[in-house]
Design a protein around this ligand. Structure first.
Ligand code: HC1
Ligand code: SF4
Length: 579
């Protein structure tokens, strides 16, 4: 350890860490109970270590140093807010601002923008705010994302997350500093650069340079159309994060409040994607059992993540046979709404507008895929992200805090089990599938909690005993981890019967459409883990925790679908992939 002083206070810190790390340590100790005293703009834990923005600085022995690259030494006296430091930060911010298109009033990231926060803190006003000239064209090539170089501050977080965590490299960079040019890897734009729409770049962007293509207006239009019967469903992971946009602490489950809020927005039916997830488990466990019993293609790989599906189609076309043919839960749910529910309620399927609220940007792409129209009309018509829902609620002056925490989803298709809610966190689909598949294979009541597949590790494995035979399973999240595991499977160095893949590190809870948390918050909290814990708690508190025990699922099979894997189930609930 070494002894240092920060702003006159004594600390003993681990040798070799940076000044920035040391300042985060003081925050953890709560000695500096103000805010983070060294700001960051480029730095992001696990994504971007070096912060060259010019704001991440401190004064040591009368000299200004970069806090993200300078390491602490015995006896070092660090000042983080001297007039010289503050002036230098202001200059750096002014240089960034000069290049930035200041359209804050209508920017989707207004109020969750790391640059805007700093500008406010450092006393910038609107007065010298001249419109930016030489505006660059937006990259609108993607179906789901918008890249706006006019707002880019060249932090390179998107490049790192896309290359290192997702093994995609759809965004590239030439040049240095504020003159750097951040561009898609293909001149034809992001969509042509093999982007898989995962939105991890959106999640880490400190400003509004990368955002989802919003569809809030389409939802409002449908709600205002008296001819339309507008149904909404909400993904598991949304309830674990929506609260953050309304000042709830991280990891608070707002399921009930959210159901009431959606009703107030005017939807005709408010459903939970949990129902679709239970249905997915019925179909997918049936597929697993068939493949195990009939020497089918193994490992079976899960199919509910559309970022992963696009990645597989592009990078592993020879493994598409391994991927389950099951549609993802919200697509299955849409197909059931437009058939079973349409019959029950005597509504023409063409008049139903199915809206999904998802933590995910790739879901916006998924609904446009071929073979996602079980009833001859799209299963799902519109996808909005958690962030878009938060915005819509704010626009309608619906306060989540004021909603009833015990409000319920509508029946019948708003009912789901504990197995379904953990879909939203890495390992959850596997655990839910095992709860059903092992019981079906052994005919015995099985364990409920498969703890080996829980936790935030990027690659997890477990062995399950089924009638004396060992079934080996693996769970990966983050596409770079998926890439590693699939390479091992292809090379024959790994051998599994069942694999879960989620594109986003930590699973859907960490999706590209979830509320933004700034760099300091991400250092102090394991955000995906805290959101995941809320889902495990939701499962533990559920009366029914196995998908095959969902009474509504049973009813829908009995009166409508027949058996899992039936012809009707295939027509409505399964899909295909393209090389
Ligand atoms: Fe997911 Fe899924 S869990 S994909 O991660 O299978 O988005 O939450 O809705 O469809 O249920 C996302 C989450 C979500 C689907 C389910
Ligand atoms: Fe890369 Fe995902 Fe962003 Fe596409 S959406 S550019 S794949 S990080």
């Amino acid at each position: 350890t070494v002894n240092i002083k920060i702003n006159g206070y004594d600390y003993t810190m681990k040798k070799g860490i940076t000044i920035l790390d040391a300042s985060f340590e003081t925050l953890k100790m709560q000695r500096e109970f103000m805010q983070q005293s060294i700001p960051t703009l480029y730095y992001l834990k696990g994504v971007q270590d070096v912060d060259q923005s010019g704001v991440c600085i401190a004064e040591v022995d009368g000299e200004i140093v970069n806090a993200s690259t300078t390491r602490i030494k015995e006896g070092m006296e660090i000042q983080t807010r001297t007039p010289t430091v503050m002036e230098a930060r202001k200059k750096a911010l002014a240089a960034i601002l000069e290049q930035h298109n200041k359209s804050c009033l209508y920017c989707f990231r207004s109020t969750s923008c790391e640059l805007q926060d700093l500008l406010k803190e450092y006393g910038f006003t609107d007065e010298p705010d001249l419109p930016k000239t030489n505006l660059e064209q937006l990259d609108l090539s993607s179906k789901v994302l918008i890249r706006d170089n006019n707002k880019c501050i060249k932090c390179k977080r998107c490049i790192n997350v896309c290359a290192k965590m997702q093994a995609v490299s759809a965004i590239a960079c030439t040049g240095d500093g504020l003159d750097a040019k951040i561009e898609p890897a293909s001149p034809a734009g992001l969509a042509a650069a093999s982007c898989v729409n995962c939105g991890q770049c959106v999640a880490v962007c400190p400003v509004g340079a990368l955002t989802e293509k919003t569809q809030m207006d389409e939802v409002k239009e449908a709600l205002n159309d008296p001819e339309k019967y507008v149904v909404v469903q909400v993904a598991p992971a949304v309830r674990a994060a929506l609260g953050e946009a309304f000042e709830f602490p991280i990891g608070v489950d707002v399921e009930g409040r959210m159901a009431e809020a959606l009703r107030r927005l005017g939807f005709d039916k408010v459903f939970d994607t949990k129902f679709g997830a239970d249905l997915t488990i019925m179909e997918e466990s049936n597929e697993l059992i068939e493949r195990l019993n009939n020497d089918g293609e193994l490992p079976l790989i899960t199919s509910c993540c559309p970022g992963w599906i696009k990645y597989a189609e592009h990078f592993y076309p020879d493994m598409l046979e391994n991927i389950s043919s099951c549609k993802s839960p919200h697509q299955m749910q849409g197909a059931i709404v437009k058939t079973y529910l349409a019959n029950q309620e005597h509504i023409a399927k063409e008049n139903i507008v199915m809206v999904s609220v998802m933590p995910c940007t790739a879901k916006k792409f998924e609904i446009t895929r071929e073979d996602e129209c079980g009833a001859g009309v799209p299963d799902v018509d519109i996808v909005i992200t958690t962030n878009e829902l938060a915005q819509m609620l704010k626009d309608a002056e619906i306060q989540l805090e004021a909603m009833n925490p015990n409000s319920k989803f509508d029946l019948p298709l708003g009912f789901g089990t504990g197995a379904a809610v953990i879909f939203g966190v890495t390992g959850g689909v596997m655990e839910a599938a095992l709860r059903t598949a092992v019981e079906k294979l052994t005919g015995k009541d099985t364990v409920l909690e498969y703890t080996d597949v829980r936790g935030m590790n990027g690659i997890k494995e477990a062995s399950v005993d089924v009638n004396g035979t060992t079934v080996k399973v693996a769970v990966v999240s983050g596409l770079a981890n998926a890439n590693q595991l699939l390479t091992a499977i292809k090379n024959g160095t790994a051998d599994y019967q069942f694999v879960e893949v989620m594109a986003c590190p930590g699973g859907c809870v960490n999706g590209g459409g979830q509320p933004h948390q700034n760099a300091a918050t991400r250092v102090l909290n394991d955000v995906p883990k805290m959101r995941g814990a809320a889902l495990y708690q939701n499962d533990a508190g559920s009366a029914i925790r196995k998908s095959h025990e969902n009474p509504v699922v049973k009813e829908v099979y009995e009166s409508f679908l027949g058996e899992p894997g039936s012809e009707k189930a295939h027509e409505l609930l399964h899909t295909s992939y393209q090389m």
